[in-house]
Every structure is written in C-alpha cells, then in structure tokens.
Design a protein around this ligand. Structure first.
Ligand SMILES: NC(=O)c1ccc[n+]([C@@H]2O[C@H](COP(=O)([O-])OP(=O)(O)OC[C@H]3O[C@@H](n4cnc5c(N)ncnc54)[C@H](OP(=O)(O)O)[C@@H]3O)[C@@H](O)[C@H]2O)c1
Length: 365
C-alpha cells in the first residue's frame, strides 16, 4: 500500500513536471512591451507578451531599465504624425544594460551600461535622409519594452555618475538643448540665454547654460516652478502668465541688451516674443511648437538684429557623446520630476500631458 503511494507520488510529480515544462520554457522566451493600439482619438498603450528578441548580426540585446518621456511621445500617441502606427512600440529614450551580442559587434561588451540614441542610425556628420528616418518610437520601434535588440551604432555608454533613470532622460531633450546652445549657438560664458517654460528641453538648457558660466533667464506659468529654477542656477525668472509682454521683462533682465541665445520650444505664439527679446547677433534654436507650428514672422525682427536661426532635430550619436563628456566633466545630474513603474506607463503619459512636471518624467522597467 505504502509502495503504491510512493509510485503514485512519483508519477504525479513527473506529470506536473511535463505539464509545467512548456510554460517555464515559454516564460523564459517571453517579454513584455507596450504597443500602440488604435483608440477613439489616436492610440492607447497596450501591454503585450511577445517573443524575446535575439540579436542579429551587428545588434546588441539591451535589458531596458528605464525610459523617459518627451512631448513628442504625446504627439505620437495622439496620432499627429498622420500615418498608421498601430503596433508601434512607443518612446525614443531609454537606458539599460547589454545582455547579449550579435555576431560582429565591436563597440560593446556584456554588462555595459548604455543609453539609446534618438536616431538608431545617425552616427555623426550632417543629417541625411537615411539617418533621420530612423527615429525610435516613430519611424523605428521604440524602447518601452523589457528588452530591445538594436544596431550597435544606436547606443552610447552612459556617464559613470548617472543612474539608469538619469541616463534615460538624455537622448532627445538633452541632446537637443546641447546642440542648440553649443554646436549651433557657440555659447560663451557670461552670455544671456532664454529658456521657455520648465519642461525637459528647457531645464537641460538651464543646467547646461549655468554649468558653462552663462546667465539663464527662464519663463514659466508657475511661480513655484520659477523658484525651483532659481535653485538650480536661473539668473532671472519671469512668469509668462502674469506678464503678457514677457519679452520686455526678458530684455530688462539683460540690462536692455537682449539675450544671446534662445531655445525656442513654444512655436507660433512664443517666436515673435523670443525675437523681441533677442540681442544683437543673437541665435535662436528653433526646436518646438507647443503653441502650434504656423504663424507669421516679422523678418526685420531677426535681420535688424543681425540674428541667426537654426532648426534642430535632436542630433547624432557624435553630438550625444560630446554632450556626455560635458555632463561627466561637470557632474551634472538630470532633473527627474517623477518616476512611474512599468505598469503605470499610461499614467506617466497623462502626467506629462498635464504639464505639471519640472524637467523629466521617467518610467522604471
Ligand atoms: N526639434 C527637436 O529636435 C525637438 C526635440 C525635443 C523637443 N522638441 C519639441 O519642443 C517642445 C518641448 O518639448 P519638451 O519635451 O521639452 O516638452 P515638455 O517637457 O512637455 O514641456 C512642457 C512645458 O513647456 C512649457 N510651455 C508650454 N506652453 C508654453 C508657452 N506658451 N510658453 C512657454 N512655455 C510653455 C510649460 O512649462 P511651465 O509649466 O513652466 O509653464 C510646460 O510644462 C515640444 O514641442 C517638442 O515636440 C523638439
């Protein structure tokens, strides 16, 4: 009787083992990622279990640890690109660690801490059609995923003093601010810099300008945010809600001369005022359109000041690496407003949309 019981137990154990084996194997082969699913207006985020990717030749498998959101991710979710992006993995910016290498990879080793570049295949030099059609979370799959397999060209090593969450804030907003101020603006110590609002691009602009010994002048709709901006290096602050003619206030803050640099993120409603605040020989980095991309521009406002304008579309890996050297040299820490869990990704998008944030919004994976 006892012997029969033991035999039954062994048979049952074997049966459980056989039944469990496929699910154990499939769990190891699976990962979770978000995909865009059509909704009433644009798309919504759908969390999916999918097959774990394997790195192809020249690809690196990255275990993502954190991603950060940009205003552009809201545009993608709203379907503003105008094309069908059903099934697209959203979000361009992330950081994680290398867990496997495809054949022929030379730039990375297993265990390296890396961040994704905004464009998977823009390594350096002037923009080309082939390079600028590789934007992650738009043209190419994004990074809101437990694992990604990506070409080794599209990764940079992250500065040693930064966490994964901090490094995840860099690929879009920081590189854009860096290029506007340094690569195209040639920022010098002592110059005045205008930053509009306290979102991702502007707060990086403030930190970079302060670290370079320049004088950041920043606007916001919130006095509380302006106080916070002062604590990280703003020389002057102006509330654009309570000062409709905030351009005049900016000019006053520069002793009448006007600013040498503008990171123009507002578009239609802010550009005329940004030009009003510009000093002789000043540079405007055209970046965003938070108030819209249309509108008219008074040419004389630029030419009369012998000013210049550059339109920026993030930047290349070379730009990212130059910026990382500056960040490491100055031990700069990105300003993270709030960190959400992977399961709270939709709430993170809502939070960014509310405009309550100061700096960056991050999702931990
Ligand atoms: N061309 C490129 O390569 C590039 C790269 C990155 C971003 N962008 C664009 O740049 C813009 C900003 O992006 P982001 O990710 O930094 O956005 P974000 O983090 O969502 O910033 C939003 C903040 O902008 C401020 N803002 C809104 N309307 C404003 C106005 N009329 N005047 C002044 N400030 C205003 C608000 O700050 P307060 O709450 O302080 O008022 C708001 O909280 C977006 O249009 C984005 O698409 C372009």
């Amino acid at each position: 009787m006892k012997r029969q019981h033991i035999v039954d137990s062994i048979v049952l154990s074997l049966l459980y083992a056989v039944l469990a084996a496929p699910s154990i194997a499939s769990a190891a082969d699976q990962m979770r990622r978000y995909e865009l699913q059509p909704a009433d207006q644009g798309y919504r985020l759908a969390l999916r279990d999918v097959a774990r990717p394997a790195p192809a030749d020249s690809e690196v498998l990255v275990r993502m640890r954190a991603v950060s959101l940009n205003h552009r991710d809201l545009y993608v979710l709203q379907g503003l690109g105008g094309r069908d992006t059903s099934g697209l993995v959203p979000v361009s910016d992330g950081a994680g660690e290398v867990v496997a290498l495809g054949a022929g990879v030379t730039r990375f080793r297993i265990g390296d801490r890396v961040a994704t570049t905004f464009f998977e295949r823009w390594t350096g030099g002037p923009p080309t059609p082939a390079a600028v059609t590789t934007a992650r979370g738009g043209d190419k799959p994004g990074v809101l995923s437990e694992l990604i397999s990506t070409h080794e060209d599209g990764l940079v090593k992250i500065p040693a003093h930064l966490s994964f969450e901090e490094a995840a804030t860099l690929p879009c907003a920081a590189v854009t601010a860096w290029n506007g101020l340094f690569k195209h603006g040639h920022l010098q110590a002592g110059q005045f810099v205008l930053l509009e609002g306290t979102g991702g691009v502007s707060i990086f602009g403030l930190q970079f300008a302060a670290a370079a010994g320049a004088k950041p002048v920043i606007t916001s709709s919130s006095d509380a945010k302006l106080e916070r901006a002062k604590s990280i290096g703003a020389a002057s602050t102006i509330n654009y809600r309570t000062h409709a003619e905030w351009d005049k206030e900016v000019r006053k803050a520069t002793g009448g001369a006007g600013v040498a640099h503008v990171l123009e993120i507002g578009g239609k409603d802010t550009l005329p005022k940004a030009l009003g605040a510009l000093g002789l020989g000043g540079h405007v980095a055209l970046i965003g359109g938070l108030t819209g991309f249309g509108g008219a521009m008074e040419l004389g406002a630029l030419t009369g000041r012998m000013g210049s304008m550059t339109s920026i579309y993030v930047g290349s890996r070379e730009d990212f690496e130059a910026m990382n050297a500056f960040i490491a040299q100055h031990k700069l820490k990105p300003v993270i407003d709030r960190v959400f869990s992977f399961e709270e990704a939709a709430a993170a998008f809502e939070y960014l949309k509310s405009g309550s944030h100061f700096g960056k919004v991050v999702i931990r994976i």
